[in-house]
Design a protein around this ligand. Structure first.
Ligand code: MG
Ligand code: MG
Length: 317
């Protein structure tokens, strides 16, 4: 069998069966945004995320500093999604030997900028050579409570920490390689090149979220992970899905369907999470977009109309 026949999640399922976790201090293993270990009473989070040239970024479409910022941010996002704060990172870098030193120096400058912003340190790593640029960050964090994907229960409200679909629009704009961009287009591009993990609401996620995930693959795709782990169904309200002014301008200018970007556009690194009714007031800066019900799948409600949403990343409805 070929790996491509299994798909990403099928592959993960088969591989993780081979590795048996024997240590009883492991609180959470495979299958969430982070793993979690209880070290003498302190919950420690572990995560890693990779940026591969040609797969996650195109070298001449992102500055090396932004790339450094990005690899740190996407990892911090997973720590925050589990209710934690980032602490110590290890960076593995593989680059073509003929790459200019200044380029990799700029990547590190971007990583340092991100470390200062997120109040963490990169304390070690590894370097090697390859035909393309590969950045792999292993990040640890600490938390008082592990916020899982699987904690959503019937009646919980579904909240979104910010607008989605912006990064996808930004990436498409970058690929147009235009000589000049309008202001709103520049902002969308920035959403794609320099995403900011939602460390600003980490404390509240830790205290009040019953489940949480960060949006890397798209609102629908990532929400479906919460639903599978929680064995629950989501009903989203069409009129409550937030549409940013910049995305509206983009969709008007290029004749695109906003809903498609909001539900299926990835890499926004916003958080989608669930809370009990009595805790909603703590999140007045977030959007309440739906409810958790008994059942399975994602449904979109518009007036009296209700339709099933495909649980996938970016695609056309
Ligand atoms: Mg994640
Ligand atoms: Mg991730």
């Amino acid at each position: 069998m070929k790996i491509e026949d299994l798909g990403e999640f099928g592959l993960i399922k088969r591989l993780t069966k081979i590795l048996k976790i024997k240590d009883s201090s492991v609180v959470v293993g495979f299958g969430d945004d982070c793993s979690c270990v209880n070290i003498s009473g302190q919950l420690v989070l572990f995560t890693s995320d990779i940026q591969i040239e040609g797969r996650h970024f195109v070298k001449n479409l992102i500055s090396p500093q932004d790339l450094g910022w990005r690899v740190v941010s996407v990892n911090v996002s997973d720590i925050v999604a589990c209710g934690g704060k980032p602490r110590w990172g290890f960076i593995s870098v593989s680059v073509p030997p003929e790459l200019d030193f200044e380029y990799i120096e700029q990547i590190y400058t971007g990583m340092e900028k991100a470390c200062r912003y997120y109040k963490m340190d990169i304390i070690g790593g590894n370097t090697s050579s390859s035909e393309i640029i590969i950045l792999d960050l292993f990040l640890t964090g600490i938390t008082e409570r592990f916020v899982p994907r699987g904690g959503a229960t019937e009646g919980d409200y579904i909240l979104l920490s910010g607008y989605t679909g912006l990064s996808r629009a930004g990436m498409e704009l970058l690929k147009m390689k235009k000589d000049s961009y309008e202001d709103f287009e520049e902002r969308l591009i920035k959403n794609h090149t320099t995403p900011v993990a939602r460390i600003d609401i980490a404390d509240r996620i830790n205290k009040f979220a019953s489940s949480c995930i960060d949006i890397s693959d798209g609102l629908a795709g990532d929400l479906s992970h919460i639903l599978h782990s929680s064995r629950a169904k989501a009903v989203l309200y069409r009129e409550k899905l937030p549409v940013s002014q910049d995305l509206k301008s983009f969709c008007r200018k290029y004749s695109k369907d906003c809903l498609n970007y909001i539900l299926f556009g990835g890499e926004d690194y916003q958080l989608i999470f669930t809370v009990k009714e009595e805790h909603i007031s703590y999140f007045s800066d977030c959007f309440v977009i739906g409810r958790i019900e008994e059942g399975s799948g994602i449904f979109l409600k518009e007036g009296n109309n209700i339709k099933k949403v495909p649980e996938k990343g970016y695609q056309h409805l």
